[in-house]
Design a protein. Structure first.
Length: 496
């Protein structure tokens, strides 16, 4: 492969290399003689009279003669010749060298692994931008253009996730088609980001026009007052239904308090900056507080929602169990004996739990629904309602977890969650439940693998670690880095 630098040189130029070397050597010798000759015509005492000029060199005051400069002159000439020879050799080697140091005029095609990695990164970035922008819109009155941009970005992101899921399932199967699929993922994500970037300036104008500080402080006080009641509801649900029933939200109240601690510091700083006239500092502090307050609300709402879902499920289980037994009784002939035996065993175990100690009503309802799944019987109204409830519960739990841990969650969990949402919208509750639960599992694995780079006591006391994990701050610096704002990849870190 020919170097781009070499190809850019005219062909005839290389034929003059020897001439250029000769000129360089001649110039070096001439320069050396020019330096030596003046010394040869002077002494340390009086100038040489004009009449006394002879072809014989005058003696120097220190006893040196012109012969003393012969060796330095020869050395200079030799050095010039050697340098020119080395230059010629380097040029000749560069004509045929194919080492990686040569830059190709045509850049190499990215490998499939590189393109896949780029698609993953694009999905995570676009999903983060959409989630952050959605949270930010909750603090703006109006903002119709920003809302339209968010809806357009959500559409593009949903399409990107759908392409990615087909890609993971092996569709398309040929290499060219798979590369094009990945390019499509990247393109859709880029368009989602572009939509949000285009609306960022308008969002800022709407935000500046409102009383964002008063709104954020009001929501902060509301959530701070709710934490005690939510914690009591969680403890009550754990006592009534067992610790396993509330495992998905254990720690949510503590995390919400952590976000509120972070919001406290940023709200105080924002008010100080407002009093001092520091507009940029005010915006950074308040936007960070808004993000933390929004996530505290997600965490507390998740606990309250699960407690309500458990109560609803507990009321549905007996009726769903009876309905499932009736369905199985009507389809015994076409169903294999093994399938029927398994379903009977599951339903008997659930019925026994009803008369025993605390049990998880959502899990019991899920097992009842799955027991009759695929048996060929028509699902009763109460069984269908139970299937919808467990799917919504799984979706909500996974959505909350990914949202408040998005600084660590990867593309696979997000794509599964997106597909779970599409399945729920299509009425495929059982698929939505499975996908959402798997997404939550993968997201938890990502968070455990990510660890906590802000593990110091001070970071925890200030809520900084939680803000970075939740994606409120980008986490690029020791202080948490820029605040993430409404917008796409080009504008979301403008409050840095």
């Amino acid at each position: 492969m020919t170097s781009s630098l070499i190809r850019g040189r005219p062909r005839h130029a290389t034929g003059h290399i020897g001439v250029r070397v000769g000129h360089a050597v001649l110039g070096g010798v001439t320069g050396a003689l020019w330096l030596v000759l003046p010394v040869m015509t002077t002494t340390a005492q009086d100038p040489v009279p004009v009449a006394a000029r002879e072809p014989v060199a005058a003696a120097r005051a220190d006893g040196a003669s012109t012969a003393d400069y012969v060796m330095p002159l020869v050395a200079v000439a030799a050095a010039g010749a050697l340098g020119g020879y080395g230059y010629v050799r380097r040029v000749r080697r560069s004509r045929s060298r194919t080492t990686p140091g040569i830059v190709s005029a045509a850049p190499p095609t990215p490998s499939p692994v590189d393109v896949e990695r780029q698609a993953r990164s694009a999905l995570v970035l676009a999903d983060d931008c959409v989630r952050t922008s959605r949270e930010a819109l909750g603090y703006v009155d109006g903002g119709d253009l920003a809302l339209a941009a968010l809806r357009a970005a959500e559409t593009e992101l949903s399409a990107a996730f759908a392409i990615w899921r087909r890609y993971e399932e092996g569709i398309p199967g040929d290499d060219t088609g798979r590369r094009q699929a990945l390019v499509g993922v990247v393109g859709r994500c880029a368009e989602a980001g572009r939509q949000l970037d285009a609306a960022a300036e308008g969002f800022d104008a709407e935000w500046d026009a409102g009383d964002a500080l008063a709104v954020a402080e009001g929501r902060f006080r509301e959530l701070a007052a709710r934490t005690g009641g939510v914690a009591s509801a969680l403890a009550e649900a754990a006592e009534r239904y067992g610790s396993g029933a509330v495992a998905a939200v254990v720690g949510h109240v503590e995390q919400a308090k952590d976000r509120l601690v972070f919001a406290t510091g940023r709200l105080n700083r924002a008010r100080q900056d407002a009093d001092s006239g520091d507009g940029d500092g005010f915006r950074r502090g308040l936007r960070a507080a808004e993000g933390a307050v929004a996530q505290a609300g997600v965490l507390l709402d998740g606990v309250a929602r699960l407690a309500a879902e458990l109560r609803t499920a507990a009321g549905l289980v007996p009726a769903a169990l009876t309905g499932a037994e009736a369905e199985l009784a009507g389809v015994r002939a076409p169903v294999s004996p093994a399938r029927l035996a398994h379903a009977d065993t599951v339903l008997a175990a659930v019925r026994e739990e009803l008369t025993g100690g605390p049990y998880d009503p959502l899990d019991a309802l899920r097992r009842v629904v799955r027991a009759v799944e695929g048996t060929g019987g028509g699902r009763s109204g109460v069984t269908a309602a139970g299937a919808d409830l467990v799917a919504r519960s799984a979706l909500g739990a996974a959505e909350d977890f990914v949202g408040v841990h998005r600084g660590a969650v990867g593309a696979e969990a997000r794509a599964l969650l997106a597909e779970a949402g599409r399945s729920a919208s299509a009425g495929a509750s059982a698929d939505a439940d499975r996908l959402a639960r798997r997404a939550r599992e993968l997201a938890g694995r990502d968070v455990r693998a990510h660890g906590n780079p802000y593990a110091g006591e001070a970071a925890h006391e200030s809520g900084l670690a939680g803000a970075v994990l939740g994606g409120v701050l980008l986490g690029e610096e020791g202080d948490g880095g820029p605040v993430v704002a409404f917008g796409g990849p080009e504008t979301r870190a403008r409050l840095g």
